[in-house]
Write a protein that binds this ligand. Structure first.
Ligand code: ZN
Length: 206
């Protein structure tokens, strides 16, 4: 081995990031080693804060500052606490980062629920593991009229959407799903067959 043991450990640690393979992790590690030590110290401090300063909202699963929890009597985030939101709609997403994307790019003003991934029995991810038991409880306790499914269009995402639809239907709640189709400014000739097929099936009268 020509590398330092600690350098190897750093490279291994960096590969846990999505989309980062060994080569990219190695480049990042060398970049950190060659940069001003203050930069890596700053990064390490922010990484430590993940566990000590950030928590999850007990209602929707969105990330929030632990300080925020300490200042309140309940443990919900500023989105769940905001009074002017439409309490009858919940948008269900597969990841907390999707909440920010939807909030910034739409005029949606209801509540959110963040799943901990999608159903995947082969990986040991059943309904309770991804938070569907909490969702079930939330739908029973509140006056919810519509669920918007903003989960991904993968096989697991579709299976998860189907499961949620069944829970909601039992309670008489309407379920809508984000439309799949042509991207804005996209040209039909450049799209894959599945996207075109979805777009065709989801067409609407104009
Ligand atoms: Zn919340």
């Amino acid at each position: 081995m020509i590398k330092s043991k600690y350098l190897e450990n750093l490279i291994d640690a960096l590969t846990i990031l999505p989309g980062i393979g060994r080569k990219s992790a190695q480049r990042m590690a060398f970049e950190l080693l060659n940069s001003n030590p203050e930069k890596s110290l700053h990064l390490s401090k922010e990484l430590t804060n993940i566990d000590s300063k950030i928590s999850k909202c007990k209602i929707c699963g969105l990330f929030m500052d632990i300080e925020e929890v300490e200042q309140q009597t309940n443990e919900s985030c500023h989105v769940c606490e905001r009074q002017n939101r439409d309490t009858s709609i919940i948008c269900i997403v597969g990841s907390a980062s999707d909440v920010y994307v939807i909030d910034e790019s739409t005029s949606y003003n209801g509540y959110y629920f963040v799943l901990q991934g999608n159903l995947s029995p082969i990986d040991g991810k059943g309904p309770a593991e991804i938070g569907l038991d909490r969702l079930d409880k939330r739908l029973t306790n509140k006056n919810i009229k519509e669920l918007i499914l903003a989960t991904s269009s993968t096989i697991e995402g579709e299976a998860t959407a189907h499961y949620i639809k069944n829970i909601a239907s039992e309670k008489g709640i309407n379920v809508s799903r984000l439309a799949f189709g042509l991207p804005i400014n996209g040209e039909i000739g450049f799209l894959d067959n599945e996207t075109i097929s979805h777009a065709f099936n989801e067409r609407k009268i104009i």
